[in-house]
Design a protein around this ligand. Structure first.
Ligand code: CP
Length: 310
């Protein structure tokens, strides 16, 4: 089946069928990552530029590894070491990169909509690696891949997403995706970190995290994004941890085999205790591992890949 999307700008514009196609393609690629020789020729001759205007450990490394495992040439550009520091605009930067004929630009930017802006102006494919507080589609896809892999399905599951919802692009992408795949989403966090009207995206909102965790199949914790908070939205980190942190006691309210997820980076001892982050229910490093397979699938599909292959 051919993939209709040239860009991956968000989950919002993907259909349920396209999401499943991405997950199934990632499934077929995952095994490559455990081979002795972790390379296939699928994207030989393609050039991928990772253009990151914000810090990243997981996403940038994962896209780079994904490209290399598919034999593409991958180049990393970070804003701090580019001519952006000399005042070059986003559009000029992108047009100059495009003049070197990349096939795909993977982009992270602090402004919501920045990848859409480039997609309207450039000819190459654009993959959004996180734009402001808007979307982080590859994160939601690797989260879904991990849930499906561990629990065998997504439809009908109760997924609790807890933390700083206002500044989280992960929560928005997950809301779109989980609703399209038939999960029931519960959101919880302090009132100051819950954007008004977010329940309209398809979720039940709680202020008491115990209610959100009760009976949940998946508990996904979000980082407090202190760097994006213009003003103090919480009294102290200790108080936040007491009322909104996941610990062994409140985790007992969830299903016995509930998954504990976190997109990273974690604030240990704030939104999640170390004993839970490292405990038997955590799948946090599985998320990271699966991120490579999911990003291989995205690079492959936007490059015109038609069938899943291993
Ligand atoms: N989850 C995530 O986006 O992590 P990085 O910021 O390290 O890429």
């Amino acid at each position: 089946m051919s993939f209709a999307q040239k860009h991956i700008l968000g989950i919002d514009h993907l259909s349920r069928e396209e999401i499943i196609q991405i997950l199934d393609t990632a499934d077929s690629f995952k095994e490559i990552n455990t081979r002795a020789i972790k390379k296939v020729p699928t994207l030989r001759g393609k050039t991928i530029v990772n253009l990151f205007f914000e810090a990243s450990t997981r996403t940038r490394t994962s896209f780079e590894i994904a490209g290399k495992r598919l034999s593409a040439d991958t180049i990393n550009i970070s804003a701090s070491s580019s001519s952006v520091v000399k005042g070059e605009t986003l559009e000029d930067t992108a047009r100059n990169i495009e003049a070197m004929h990349p096939d795909i630009i993977v982009m992270r930017h602090g402004a919501s909509g920045a990848p859409h802006y480039l997609a309207d102006r450039l000819d190459c494919s654009i993959i959004n690696a996180g734009d402001g507080a808007h979307e982080h589609p590859s994160q939601a896809l690797l989260d879904a891949f991990t849930i499906r892999e561990k629990l065998g399905r997504i439809e009908g599951l109760n997924v609790a997403i807890i933390g700083d919802l206002t500044h989280s692009r992960v929560v928005r992408s997950n809301l779109y995706l989980l609703n399209k795949l038939g999960a029931k989403v519960r959101l919880a966090g302090p009132g100051t970190m819950i954007p008004p009207g977010i329940e309209k995206l398809g979720a039940t909102v709680y202020h008491d995290i115990n209610q959100a965790i009760e009976g949940a199949d998946v508990v996904m914790m979000l980082r407090i994004q202190l760097e994006r908070q213009g003003k103090t939205l919480l009294p102290t980190l200790r108080e936040y941890s007491r009322f909104y942190g996941l610990n062994p006691n409140n985790l007992k309210l969830a299903q016995e085999n509930a998954l504990v997820m976190h997109p990273g980076p974690m604030n240990r001892g704030v939104e999640i205790s170390s004993s839970v982050a490292d405990g038997p229910q955590n799948v946090i490093l599985d998320q990271v591992e699966n991120g490579v397979a999911v990003r291989m699938a995205l690079l492959y599909l936007v490059s015109g890949g038609e069938e899943t292959e291993g």
